[in-house]
Design a protein. Structure first.
Length: 127
């Protein structure tokens, strides 16, 4: 389904790209509402969903809390700090062969996967 490009959708996408920190939907709303207080939370959520469905942003299903939004849409992985919960992009060679191993073991068809590495980030380790 083709969705039209609206001012609100452009604001939402621009916010995600400007933030570059894997924000939650609430954080994107707060960022936009700071400059445009008349915008509703529902508008931001709807536009995030539409942008995700269109492949213009990625939704990262965070095992430690609220889903995060990623402006990078190509296949990559994430590191999540167990102290500060910061999500960091990890660009390493594709380890998609793990999906094949999963399929062989379970007989299921893997349609998507998200791999997280976890531990203590260098900022928290230095404290």
């Amino acid at each position: 389904m083709q969705t039209r490009q609206t001012f609100q959708k452009s604001l939402t996408l621009d916010a995600v790209k400007a933030m570059q920190c894997h924000p939650t939907a609430d954080q994107v709303y707060a960022y936009v509402a700071e400059k445009y207080p008349e915008i509703s939370r529902a508008t931001i959520y709807r536009n995030l969903n539409q942008l995700s469905e269109a492949g213009e942003i990625s939704r990262v299903k965070n095992p430690c809390g609220a889903d995060r939004i990623d402006h990078i849409t190509h296949k990559h992985y994430h590191f999540i700090c167990s102290c500060c919960h910061q999500l960091t992009n990890v660009d390493i060679p594709d380890i998609g062969h793990l999906a094949k191993l999963c399929e062989e073991q379970t007989g299921a068809k893997v349609e998507e996967s998200q791999i997280f590495f976890g531990g203590i980030c260098k900022n928290c380790a230095g404290r």
